[in-house]
Design a protein around this ligand. Structure first.
Ligand code: URP
Ligand code: ZN
Ligand code: ZN
Length: 463
């Protein structure tokens, strides 16, 4: 057995100096006086130890993102589990889509992986298919109010139908909330004015388009009497809508993403089409919204920070499909590697969030949101996924260290305060000081349980 000694263990509730006893792939005990049981001792004096990160929102493959061979990037950044969206081909059931996507990850992924479902082909029996998701190990389904005119978009009637069925099977409804008709309205106006550069993507999706859709989704969830999880929240108004609905007794939760916390609209205005690298939906926002999101994650009004990692397979060349027309720029920002570093360096180190909030946001809450019963905590019985973190390290996030595989990262030049020194996945050392040291394909499929965190305080009443 392995003993990690003398580190300061960080959990979502507390911190203490202690030892972690690892028995094979699992944490056997946490405490003191465990030396006698160990044959392999790792001294973590002066280091923090926190649970391996759980990134609850990634696109390895969907939306043109690079596939699971780039998950080394997650590992070196301290993320040991990704929960990826399974794209649905036309004619496939949700279950078939999950199995297809699982086959892409098996033997390839360098971290453990679970899946969320994603409706892209609304069929007569899609709502009925929810009952099959637990046997595929999936507890969340994403539906899109945005992207009208593409297979992703769902009209209200379909969303209501799926929401209505979800609670019977303990499936969490995730919603991408942006009002597509308002976006079309702004887009037409910008086009008529000849304003076609990347920053216009943000002008075409101003905060009101997100806030309105979030409020609308909340009302739909009330009508359907279903818990709701809003993904990639980017604005103060949307965050407050979630906060207020929850305070008012409805089971409504939300996440934000790394980039919304630290990248503002000025990145979209970078010259030479560089701004296109930062095009995502919802778009980057102003500093005022960033401040609100920091407050939101500090207070728990948004309970997790994901990367929404979408590293377009063709890199910057793919973004150039939108040269001269911002509506054709493919969406997506990479970020699985730097999520934890950004949150520590810009959050904990700057006094914006506590170490406990940090752990909850990057690991404990996302595991609970996704129904992953053995992930996200340093406690007996949990998978031995943890990060030995050197808080004294100082560096810079730079492309030369980036393993996301597209030639650029979103956080180039950002200060790195502290870094994952060693990353363990089910007891195996998989990364050390920014280098992947594990076996390629060592990640394992994780089956989620239904009735995840959004059902914990499940309260919803019809209007
Ligand atoms: O721009 C984004 N967010 N790309 C990924 C797709 C999505 O809507 O999550
Ligand atoms: Zn989305
Ligand atoms: Zn996404």
């Amino acid at each position: 057995m392995k003993l990690i000694k003398n580190g300061i263990i960080l959990t979502a509730e507390t911190e203490f100096e202690g030892d972690i006893l690892v028995d094979g792939e699992v944490i056997r005990a946490v405490g003191r006086g465990l030396d006698g049981l160990a044959d392999d001792i790792i001294d973590a004096s002066g280091k923090y130890i926190f649970p391996g990160g759980v990134d609850e929102h990634t696109h390895f493959g969907s939306f043109g993102g690079r596939l699971f061979e780039t998950t080394e990037a997650a590992a070196v950044g301290g993320t040991t589990t990704v929960v990826d969206f399974a794209p649905q081909d036309k004619g496939d059931s949700l279950g078939a889509a999950i199995e297809k996507h699982a086959a892409r990850a098996a033997g390839v992924s360098c971290v453990d992986f679970g899946f969320h479902s994603m409706v892209m082909d609304m069929q007569a029996d899609t709502a009925d298919q929810l009952k099959e998701l637990p046997e595929h190990g999936v507890s969340c389904v994403k539906m899109f109010m945005a992207y009208k005119g593409t297979p992703f978009y769902m009209e209200d009637a379909s969303i209501l139908k799926v929401m209505n069925e979800s609670r019977r099977h303990g499936i969490t409804m995730m919603v991408h909330a942006e009002n597509p008709d308002m976006i079309s309205f702004y887009t037409e106006r910008l086009k008529a004015e000849g304003r076609l550069e990347p920053i216009s993507h943000a002008f075409s999706r101003p905060p009101v388009t997100e806030e309105e859709a979030v409020r609308h989704a909340i009302v739909m969830a009330r009508v359907a009497e279903a818990p709701l999880f809003i993904v990639h929240v980017s604005t103060r108004g949307a965050m407050e809508a979630i906060r207020d609905a929850y305070a008012g007794g409805q089971s409504v939760y939300g996440e934000t993403c790394t980039h919304y916390l630290v990248l503002d609209t000025s990145f979209l205005a970078l010259p030479d089409f560089e701004g296109a690298k930062y095009v995502c939906a919802p778009p980057l926002r102003t500093r005022e919204h960033q401040q609100a999101l920091w407050e939101g994650i500090d207070k728990g009004w948004l309970n997790a920070v994901s990367s929404d990692h979408c590293a377009l397979a063709g890199g910057f060349e793919t973004k150039k499909e939108g040269l001269g027309d911002f509506t054709k720029i493919p969406n997506g920002i990479p970020g699985v590697q730097n999520r934890i570093s950004v949150l520590w360096s810009q959050g904990v180190a700057k006094g914006r969030i506590s170490k406990q909030r940090f752990v909850d946001l990057i690991a404990t809450a996302p595991a609970k949101n996704s129904g992953l019963a053995k992930k996200g905590q340093i406690a007996p019985g949990f998978d031995a996924d943890f990060v030995i973190f050197d808080p004294g390290y100082r560096g810079i996030m730079t492309q030369k260290d980036n393993l996301e595989g597209i030639g650029y990262g979103a956080f180039e030049g950002f200060e790195m305060i502290g870094r994952p020194e060693q990353v363990f996945l089910r007891g195996m050392l998989i990364a050390e000081n920014g280098r992947f040291t594990g076996r390629k394909g060592c990640g394992r499929r994780i089956f989620a349980k239904p009735y995840a965190a959004a059902y914990d305080h499940y309260r919803s009443e019809p209007l």
